[in-house]
Write a new protein. Sequence first.
Length: 218
Amino acid sequence: MEAQSAGILLSTAYFPPIRYFSKLACFPDIYLEQHENFIKQTYRNRTIILGANGPISLIVPIEKGRGPKIKIKDLRIAYDEEWQRNHWRTIFSAYNSSPFFEYYADDLEHFFRKKHEFLFDFNLSILEVLLEILELQVTINQTTSFEQIPDNCLNFREKINPKTHQNVFDPQFKAQPYTQVFSEKFGFIPDLSILDLLFNEGPSAHRLLQNCFLDMQQ
């Protein structure tokens, strides 16, 4: 396998950040980790958007298991609260004035109406729709065991993290500025949810994602 056709190993993520999608834009084979234990305070069940008062974390609540170690593929979503309704209302409030919100809203709103049982399946359904919207040609594979990393595959399971102090330097990523809804108030805030890029840039999002990726072999 040639280096440019290498794959990348990623954790599952809820409306992943731009850094995550910059990998999807440049690697044809993606491996999603389904056998790792669930890790709190990560993008696995949260996304970060930009609202009128600054960044907002939207968190998918998960059911409490019998023990601390639950495989991500077995993790169930909790519906004790109306989090779907609250998430969509927050997204609508943040982006209804953005240039492309109305264009994509119908493709995404159903994720906040239909109930999915498992977080991994929910995130996968979202990812498939986003890849189609962004016209990214990607083959999605699921891991068969935790430690096994496919040959010639870069492991990014823990490297894309919302905690700044855990966000490992990525020499293949450089945020590309674009106009955000609240740019005049906050300036440019990089690496938000793919929703921020999509609603603000529309069809140009594909090109911007590719520009975020730095090929270290050049």
